[in-house]
Design a binder for this molecule. Structure first.
Ligand code: 6PG
Length: 633
């Protein structure tokens, strides 16, 4: 259901005598919304001061501005309205629009000192000393985001301009109408936002995409559709807020370059693609130099999530984020406490880093399910039976991926299970690759993610697999000795290891890049809207409030201990029966490694010292002295 358009407060600002009340009243009649003259709301003390020709100071203005803000907040609950208020400084305007930033529109009536002084002095009963007006001009901070109106224009023209420029421009722009862009555009429109949408024109390939898309969806009836960049950018209110939903990589840079000539200072670009976090950092710096704000925002949820509420992971400049926060939080999924699954992650490309790790965790979760289904198949279950087994796991291991895998195993095409007809070569768009690279660079053992990625790579060697299968597979693998319950426990065990590793990577990146990331909040925004939402993720929200190491959490420790025997048994059975379950195996081995008090790394150190004189340290030597041995006697 499309929500009604959001009510707006139109603030008309400018120095005394610029015509705020006149224009405010005319606009109010034209738009049929109430008008309030800020001057009518001054406390008595201020009125006395002003009538004695004394300028108000910031303290005098404070309570007055709060009164006007209260008025505005009450009004927007019912209707749009117009408020005239000098609002000369940015800090005054911040008070005026507190809590309603995203529903506030600004008009600055601008004229020269002499012109306004002349006007004031010609008004009956309104004499203003030149110094007083001069002091107003001195403190005036003209807001770049306000619609600038020249007061020399005739009032009718001013009203017409305001209506054209302010009332008919969009508040948010969506650039790129691929699958995700389309869903996000509809999501924004469904939430009552006035949007402009853009898709490029490529002759014979992409023609009239935006216009046709608008025509297909009722909720987009008031959206403005473009295939020319200038028209799109000019249709947006300043500071412009443009979300890019284009292919990550080169395309993002090309699009930024195409947009730049049309943008103005303080405009905000949000990159909602699966961009590499290092590129996001570069783009952030590049655009900062051009005085354009850049927000790298991971968006998860696929087509449906983007439409109904994705999980959003924004990062960059916090002040700029605040200007788009309302839009992103409104369209985001809501967690079990109805809080938006969108939170400011941190500086630079931290949002895209988090999204990258999200995808890494996603890779391992997907692979684990694939492995588990291989095991269930080995146990003699047909796809329907596998679906039933997975469904029965919902009470202990509920997740979005478990649910879609259940549906996948039920799906039939011409009376045959579709899943069995799909070519076994897994694609990838690069985020699992980046996660593995980042893990290696940061020195974090994300072994499950890496293994899931490499499993996809192995799958691609289809021809070689067929050829080597003939050589190496002696007989049909026999049935493994494991129950459904043990498989479930092995699966749950591995999922805990996967989440441990994913969050460890985030924690290490946070400290290396000084991002100060909040693991509990990251888990929270992954409890709804995204691909890795699960009951485990919900549990982790609380766990991360107590510790950054989930393996030290008492409840999880108990579960891991409880499931470990099944995990070991299932993995051993798979190894003995030639079943390919690398990520399950990695999980068992990882817990072995991370809980081994004295590991085999002593041998590695000796070997390094042997051939390369790399030196080693000795146990129980607090001096951390480096030793070298001549290993050949
Ligand atoms: C999401 C998904 C989404 C997309 C992946 C697929 O969170 O909504 O992760 O971003 O499905 O890019 O990645 P691969 O093609 O690499 O599997």
């Amino acid at each position: 259901m499309k929500k009604d358009k959001l009510n707006k407060v139109i603030f008309i600002l400018g120095v005394s005598g610029c015509g705020k009340s006149t224009i405010g009243k005319l606009l109010s009649q034209d738009l049929n919304i109430p008008f309030f003259d800020g001057d009518d709301f001054h406390p008595e003390g201020n009125i006395k001061k002003m009538s004695n020709g004394i300028a108000l100071n910031d303290d005098d203005r404070q309570s007055w501005l709060i009164t006007l803000n209260d008025l505005a907040k009450k009004q927007v609950l019912r209707n749009s309205c117009i408020i005239a208020c000098s609002a000369l400084k940015e800090k005054y305007r911040n008070i005026l629009c507190n809590f309603i930033e995203n529903q506030s529109k600004w008009i600055h009536l601008s004229g020269t000192f002499n012109h306004i002084l002349e006007r004031l002095n010609s008004r009956a009963n309104h004499f203003m000393p030149a110094e007083l007006l001069k002091s107003q001009f001195d403190i005036l901070e003209i807001p770049a985001y306000a619609l600038q109106i020249d007061i020399n224009l005739k009032p009718e023209i001013i009203i017409q301009t305001i209506k054209e420029k302010l009332m008919t421009t969009s508040e948010f722009g969506l650039f790129g109408l691929g699958v995700m862009g389309k869903s996000l555009a509809r999501n924004l429109a469904n939430n009552g936002f006035e949007i402009s949408i853009f898709n490029r024109h490529v002759k014979g390939v992409e023609e009239n995409i935006a216009i046709n898309f608008k025509a297909e969806h009722k909720e987009l009836s008031t959206a403005k559709a473009f295939d020319d960049i200038a028209g799109f950018v000019n249709s947006l209110q300043q500071p412009r807020k443009i979300m890019l939903m284009v292919n990550a990589g080169k395309t993002t840079d090309i699009v930024i370059e195409d947009l730049l000539p049309h943008l103005a200072e303080n405009d905000i670009l949000i990159d909602g693609g699966n961009s590499n976090y290092l590129e996001t950092k570069k783009r952030f710096e590049y655009l900062k130099n051009k005085k354009i704000h850049f927000i790298g925002a991971g968006v998860s949820g696929g087509e449906e999530g983007a439409l109904k509420g994705p999980s959003i992971m924004p990062s960059g400049d916090l002040e700029a984020y605040k200007k788009v926060q309302f839009y992103l939080e409104t369209i985001a999924a809501k967690d079990k406490n109805n809080l938006p699954c969108c939170v400011y992650i941190g500086s630079e490309g931290s949002g895209h880093f988090i999204k990258m790790v999200h995808n890494g965790i996603e890779y391992a979760e997907m692979q684990l399910l694939a492995e588990v289904c291989t095991i269930l198949e080995n146990l003699g279950q047909n796809p329907d039976e596998i679906a039933n087994t997975l469904e029965s796991w919902k009470s202990t291991a509920d997740s979005y991926l478990l649910n879609i895998t259940t549906s996948i195993f039920r799906k039939k095409e011409n009376d045959e299970w579709l899943v069995k007809k799909i070519l076994d070569k897994a694609g990838n768009k690069g985020t699992g690759n980046w996660t593995t690279i980042a893990s290696a660079e940061l020195g974090v053992p994300s072994t499950l993610i890496a293994s899931a990625l490499f499993s996809r790579y192995i799958s691609f060697y289809k021809d070689e697999r067929i050829e080597l299968n003939k050589k190496y597979t002696e007989s049909k693998s026999s049935t493994i000795n494991a129950t459904n319950k043990e498989v479930l426990e092995a699966y749950q065990f591995a999922r805990i290891m996967n989440h441990y590793q994913g969050f460890k990577l985030i924690e290490e990146a946070s400290s290396k890049f000084s991002w100060n990331l909040n693991l509990s909040e990251i888990a929270r925004i992954w409890t709804a809207g995204c691909i890795i939402k699960s009951t485990l993720m919900q549990d982790l929200v609380g766990v991360f409030k107590e510790t950054t190491n989930i393996l030290t959490n008492l409840t999880l420790e108990t579960i891991v201990k409880q499931y470990r025997p099944a995990a070991k048994k299932v993995v051993s059975e798979c190894v003995l029966n030639d079943l390919t379950t690398p990520v399950l195996t990695e999980a068992v081995q990882f817990l072995n490694g991370i809980t081994t008090e004295y590991s085999s790394a002593n041998v590695i150190q000796a070997q390094r010292d042997f051939f390369g004189a790399h030196t080693y340290q000795k146990l129980n030597d607090a001096s951390s002295k480096n030793y070298h041995t001549n290993w050949i006697e």
